[in-house]
Design a protein around this ligand. Sequence first.
Ligand code: KIV
Ligand code: ZN
Length: 566
Amino acid sequence: MNHTAFDHRKYAPAPVIAKPDRRWPNQRITRAPLFASVDLRDGNQALERPMSVEQKLRFFDLLVAIGLTEIEVGFPSASQADFDFTRRLIEEGRIPPQVTIQVLTQARPDLITRSFEALAGVPRAIVHVYNSTNPVQREQVFGMDRAGVRAIAENGARWVRDAATAYPDTEWSFQYSPESYSATEPDYAVEVVDAVNAIWRPDRGQRVIINLPATVEITTPNAFADQVEWFCDRVAMRDHFVLSLHTHNDRGTGVAAAELGLLAGADRLEGTLFGNGERTGNMDLITMAMNLYSQGIDPTLELSDMEGIEKVYRECTALPVHPRHPWAGELVYTAFSGSHQDAIRKGLSHRARHGGKWNVPYLPIDPLDLGRRYEAVVRINSQSGKGGVAHVLERDHGIRLPRWLAVEFARQVQTEAEVTGAEVNSRTVRALFERFYLEVPAEWRLAGYRMNRQGGQVDIDVQLEQSGVVQRLTARGDGVVSALVAALARRYGVALEVVEFDEHALEHSTGARALAAVAITVNGARVAGAAIAEDSAGAAVQAILTALATSGACSAGEVAELRRVQ
Ligand code: KIV
Ligand code: ZN
């Protein structure tokens, strides 16, 4: 291990604004911001293999279907592929009326001219010009002072304004980003934005978007929110432009920064699906929108076909969606842990009975909303307990277990899962239940029975088919179970006691209608058995015989003797 290289003293903390008068902590997000996608630009620029034009078209259609109304489609002055793509969108009439496309350009006259050429003929568009404003870039990259960098922005604003006049049929929005805003001195960022707005004049009707990027996320979301609120308080013409944020996720808090930025006064958020983008990515639009949704706020994006969205995303970007990706991952609505499964099962059944606002333990939203099935919610492995196992049997096989049997059976399933080390699927859970409780040795199979109730007494006549011969066993008692148990105990000379008994109708059964489960002690040793039959009495008799067979305390041959001896 190279200990000398890992030295935190190499780093300085990011500067923070002293802002004791911050108001944003008392705000609430009550509606969705205007969402803008930068998948086809920032996201695409970060791909190992940028999307082909066909892939971009497919992705664009997805963004439209989701409900994005502002979509940055590329950097046409820097990339011929982006230029061609922008032209195809326009020439093939692929931009629906509610959608405004946006292109990014650096603040250089030739690039701005080319960007407008790419947009020729579009009914509405946003031209997005940017330059870095932070001291590191000013000093190390541009070798310029504050005034020099401000002049870049002002010139960019002028060129954009002037170029637009050549395309009077297009409704133009102008967007300016002081790149690395969060690493820029706050007063200087305001100075530059004011200078840009003095040229664009949003107060005179020009639609302007000022976009504050956390180009590299360098601090905590609360510090970013302070920066946004500070900016809003000091920038000129604040009521006349749209304030947009563009956060990245270097510290893993790109969404949190955007959320707190909304509290601090932003109107619009730029981001990408599943947070694709440079390095650790951009603000994830899906997480952001679903965070709103889960609070009862209309996110304005339609995400119900999450599987379909993921498919297009994966196929176009060649990137996977992490199985634990917030809201969308394959495993985020799955519980393996026993206590979680138990709580979910109870919560879902409580909800089925009482309805109301969604409030189910461990499930912050209803998975069905995103096209996920409840079947996937509870999955069984060695961490699972009675709740999960019972849930799977009931949900998929209509078999409702009494608590005592659920506890006992879960132990069997857990052992199985520990042996294989793998997930136990629903079919295997059913197979294990059959193996441990339902399977009847051939000699113990109930061929039929007759029952006669008289004066509070029950006479039963049980027929077992053994080696092709029907053997009969008759008994009398207060009920079917007690009569049979007493007769069997007498016959074998064993202490036989019923310690648990449960029977119920099977819910979604086609043929057989009843399930009986019984735990008996045979000379003190506990065994359990269950049976599914046409009716509850038949199921009860078979369950007792199966349990007795499992105990190994007597052989089927001896039962056959029973009738002859009596
Ligand atoms: O991250 C960034 O700063 C950008 C700008 C071009 C907006 O992508
Ligand atoms: Zn970016």
